[in-house]
Ligand binder design. Structure first.
Ligand code: AMP
Length: 543
């Protein structure tokens, strides 16, 4: 017998519909890329996103077209997402920190029809124009006055497009299983792969991410997503915020300690979220200027592990509750969050910190297990570690265009590539990464990519890159080389050679020479042994 409830499809534009009806005058504040502070509300965002939908239709955008967005967190970026999904198209976030070859690959692979961009990225687009022939035009998220001077052809002004329309528009009908968003992984092994979110997966993720033991955002909150929208949907905040009707504070392109502090204080932010590097800059600024955080109640931190000292400072010195979260692009992204369980309330400060240093427990709809290499489950005892695997309705079943082949095991679980323990209470802790990427400032640096460029040097026989600890950036790359026989290139020689071939922030912080790089039986570089070998190494900049 079938149930007799209404068939109400789970679609992302229902978030902004709801916000405009029930929280229409709630503020959305943006530090614009042009520099000034801008104030709008959910009613206006709703109206302007529908105008933008009409403008997109005039440009010929159709259902399932992929529209790139190369933009910081601003009200216009948010509107553009709802405008895109409103015509049944797919927003595709482009990470401006990638280097040109990666952006070129991603834009072409995803078949972007248009790119919506902040004016700050005009040079990137000029560099790409010849290489992305399928892109029919660039829409700059600005007004006529601030349109950039550019050699780009087919350039459009967002504000002019919006101004030319009225908002008499109904969202184009789509199904809840239809794609609405796209975000590429960092491509640590081979090319980046596309993670394609559906309307339904985003709605389910939003409901789960906002439960009381997770983000728990209320209409009375003032929320600042510092985590960029190009990082897995700003951890879902572009949907969670309108669903709850909270105030949103968009930081634009400035993420230094002072700019973040100003917005936290002036806009009375109660909840915020970002990677540890951002919080390190904020804490340094607060300490240097003897400042407090009178309004902030909760900070979600993820993307890489939260350092103990950061956790203790937030909780003890600033009375801000840290929510340590773990997830990945393939998981929409939230997988676990470290909310206490019954019985933990009375624990000492130290014990609470120890629990919060773990990555947390699985949300509803995230099934989690750890296995050995034969897929046998490993017990949840907080000691034994294994491959972390997950299953659920907002976790990828495959990558865009089938890249990477079958990604689920025989039970339908996705291997996260992380290695973890899970304790008796269900709290998971990442112990290692099975891949060897280097995390710098919340971004990934591919060691393989770097090695490939380094061995292009005529005097280098072999190269291996490992991450070494850095107090500000978490990790920085160290390049370890074996020179060709009879050759002895200097560190500076190698750095000069790499300069211009890599994104600036991918440049290794140091180059060292060894006689031999250790290998496994199958000829792979043994990174673990190398890390062990260099465990006491200190970067020259930190000496
Ligand atoms: P991304 O898809 O770029 O969000 O990266 C996902 C990966 O970041 C995960 O597979 C983990 O390796 C790492 N990660 C995310 N959150 C955490 C965390 N809280 N602690 C440690 N590693 C994390």
């Amino acid at each position: 017998m079938k149930g007799l409830m209404q068939d109400w499809p789970l679609l992302v534009h229902t978030f902004i519909d709801h916000a405009s009806i029930h929280h229409g005058d709630r503020e959305i504040v943006t530090r614009k890329v042009e520099g000034d502070i801008h104030r709008t509300n959910y009613s206006e965002i709703h109206s302007r996103s529908r105008k933008f939908s009409k403008a997109l239709i005039k440009l010929g955008v159709k259902k399932s077209d992929v529209i790139g967005t190369l933009a910081w967190n601003t009200h216009r970026h948010l509107e553009s997402w709802y405008g895109i999904t409103g015509v049944g198209a797919i927003y595709h976030t482009l990470n401006p920190r990638l280097f040109l070859e990666q952006l070129e690959y991603i834009i072409n692979h995803a078949e972007n029809k248009f790119i919506i961009s902040d004016i700050s990225f005009v040079k990137i687009l000029e560099g790409l124009e010849e290489k992305i022939p399928n892109v029919k035009g660039i829409i700059f998220l600005t007004d006529k006055e601030n349109m950039p001077e550019t050699s780009l052809k087919n350039v459009f002004c967002y504000e002019e497009m919006v101004d030319a329309e009225d908002d008499n528009f109904s969202w184009i009908k789509v199904g809840e299983g239809d794609a609405c968003g796209l975000c590429y992984t960092s491509g640590t092994t081979g090319n980046p792969k596309g993670v394609l979110y559906s309307h339904k997966s985003n709605v389910l993720h939003t409901l789960v991410a906002n439960n009381a033991d997770a983000m728990g955002i209320k209409s009375t909150d003032s929320v600042m997503p510092v985590v960029p929208m190009f990082h897995a949907n700003a951890w879902g905040l572009s949907f969670t915020a309108p669903m709850s009707g909270c105030k949103i504070v968009m930081p634009g392109m400035n993420m230094d300690g002072e700019s973040i502090y100003q917005l936290l204080t002036e806009e009375k932010v109660t909840f915020t979220a970002a990677v540890p590097t951002v919080w390190l800059m904020l804490l340094q600024y607060l300490e240097a200027n003897n400042l407090q955080l009178p309004y902030l109640e909760r900070v979600a931190i993820g993307g890489s592990a939260v350092p103990r000292v950061m956790l203790e400072k937030f909780e003890r010195d600033y009375e801000v509750s840290v929510m340590h979260a773990w997830g990945m692009t393939e998981m929409s992204p939230l997988g676990t969050i470290g909310a206490f369980k019954h019985g933990m309330e009375g624990l000492s400060f130290e014990d609470k910190v120890n629990i919060k240093l773990k990555q947390g427990r699985a949300s509803y709809m995230v099934e989690m297990k750890i296995t050995d290499d034969e897929n046998n489950e490993i017990p949840w005892n907080g000691k034994d570690f294994g491959n972390l695997k997950v299953r659920g309705p907002f976790i990828s079943s495959q990558y865009m265009k089938g890249d990477g082949g079958e990604i689920l095991d025989e039970d339908g679980f996705f291997d996260t590539g992380d290695v973890a323990t899970i304790d008796e209470m269900g709290f998971m802790q990442i112990t290692d990464r099975s891949k060897d990427v280097i995390k710098s400032g919340g971004e990934w640096i591919s060691s393989i990519e770097l090695e490939n460029v380094a061995v292009g040097h005529p005097d280098i026989a072999e190269a291996a890159v490992i991450g070494v600890l850095h107090p500000k950036w978490d990790e920085r790359p160290l390049l370890i080389c074996v020179a060709n026989e009879g050759k002895s290139p200097s560190t500076q020689d190698v750095l000069d050679f790499l300069d211009g071939k890599l994104a600036k922030w991918w440049m290794p912080d140091d180059v060292v020479f060894v006689d031999e790089i250790p290998h496994t039986a199958t000829g792979k570089i043994q990174k673990l042994t190398l890390r062990d070998q260099f465990k006491d190494y200190v970067l020259p900049s930190l000496k």
